[in-house]
Design a protein around this ligand. Sequence first.
Ligand SMILES: Cc1cc2nc3c(=O)[nH]c(=O)nc-3n(C[C@H](O)[C@H](O)[C@H](O)COP(=O)(O)OP(=O)(O)OC[C@H]3O[C@@H](n4cnc5c(N)ncnc54)[C@H](O)[C@@H]3O)c2cc1C
Length: 548
Amino acid sequence: MLPCSGERSLQDHVGNSTSTMAVVARPETATSLVSGLQLRQYPIEAIEKYAVSRTPSVNVSPQNDRADRYQAVILGAGVSGLCMGRALLAAGITSFVIIEKSKGIGGTWWDNAYPGAECDVPAHLYSYSFYQNPDWSQTYAPQSEIQKYLARFAEKFDLLPRIRFNTVLTEARFDSQRGLWRLQLAKGEYLSCNFFICSAGPLSEPRYPDIPGIDTFKGHLFHSARWDHHYPFEGKRVAVIGTAASAVQLIPCIAPLVANLYVCQRSPAWIIPRINHGYVSWIKTLFRFKLFARVHRFLLYLIHELNRLAFNPGSVMAKLASKLAEMHLRRLVPDKRLREALRPDYPFGCKRVLLSNNYYPALMRSNVELVTSLVARIDSSGIMTSDGQRRKVDAIVCATGFDIRHTLSSMPVAGLNGYTLGEAWGEEPEAYRGVTVAGFPNFFILLGPNTGQGHTSAILFIEVQVNYALQCIQELIKREKRFLTVNPDAMNRYNEELQKKLVASVWSAGCRSWYKTESGKIIGIYPGFSFQYIRELRRPNFQDYFIR
Ligand SMILES: Cc1cc2nc3c(=O)[nH]c(=O)nc-3n(C[C@H](O)[C@H](O)[C@H](O)COP(=O)(O)OP(=O)(O)OC[C@H]3O[C@@H](n4cnc5c(N)ncnc54)[C@H](O)[C@@H]3O)c2cc1C
């Protein structure tokens, strides 16, 4: 069994606190110029018209004009934001700032410091292609190593002085007359920029379960992404709600410590073995040779790309993969009743496939109970399940995932006419190639709608998106224009094609997952291979854009 990691090292990975910026006394007053306009029917003329003639969508007060001005603002200092920062610098664009609400670097890898947190793609693939790390300690690196790697990256590429930690962005509005984004920060400060890159992460806002009575619980309750490192688990009665990726990593770590552990499962996941090994020093030496490192990474890439075939319903790979998961379950869980409770009733791949060798054994401990009835209520001292049973607990750990819609629809991001992303998207975010959104000029999302994947490293997608956004920025600068925005027709065509592929895919099968909205529309996943996405984004097709 692998050691449970998850320690956060605070010393050199904590950023400086907020630097001083011009403080603007009066907040921007948004003037929503259009109501009821549906973006999906957005007429092309609207973009033309509003681009040239309408009143700016923000009150451009003299105070706002004194806002600190940058060429670009990047939201978030995670893998995506750092990658974008490095790309801007490499392209000679030095006027930018990275806004980060946490006090440290890494985004996901800063927040998710729960015990046992590790990547589930080999670290040599889950790292930047242009900044390889020969020193990963094991195949699936622990959170602390990934966080340190990202901190080193920020230092090496001179990004640290450009990050404003402890800084929350609360509002962003595009001023079409000036071709500027006006950004408001929580502390009442303003920034303005020509290009706004939103790398706020699809999995950065913890989602708590919507269980009646949760607020009345008097014990200790926290989310896996906000781990309380001071909580003494020893001898406690603990309920973990959720059995997805974070839960299967943390449960084996806390199970030996607690008196009782109740693992509350809504639906089981498909779990396959995790082939993890430590790297001895001579292997690490080999990784210092660029050619060896590249070949190794390429092989990992190919293997993971092949894994994509397991998501094709009825394919040989899908059958092999579900057989493997079934064997894993049979081998590790001899108890037939427990096994039945752990066997998914939906096709392999419908929701994220997990890798774990120690989750099933943890469930077989005498102090651990798998609770399969839904948690119907929480009261001051425990949980009540739908079968009427009550279990007293001292702590509840919510391993209930993230609100993937939250980041952009919860804070106003207003494009042309003050029309917000929340209004444009409703419950169903969509973008052109996952990066640009019609009516939102000079705005780029990294890991935006339909760019998730279940078979390989997100960093492959991030790098190509960064490169795409950079090419758009450079094109606009070269043409000396004010803004660039995607043609709504091109965006609609792209999404229709995408959804056609997704409707027939395994992700549409009967399972609940974070890839889908309540209505069943798949907004989280890209249906193809990563090489297809990489090819699609290699060069922007400027025919699909209005450049003004
Ligand atoms: C536990 C966990 C494990 C994962 N493991 C893998 C893996 O093994 N392989 C893989 O491919 N992917 C994995 N992922 C997906 C992972 O999210 C991506 O790989 C990647 O880290 C996302 O990076 P990002 O920079 O886009 O977003 P994030 O890392 O989420 O960073 C976004 C940043 O934006 C900041 N932010 C958000 N809103 C605001 C605001 N309003 N103001 C200021 N700052 C803001 C956040 O604080 C955060 O730091 C995992 C995700 C989780 C949660």
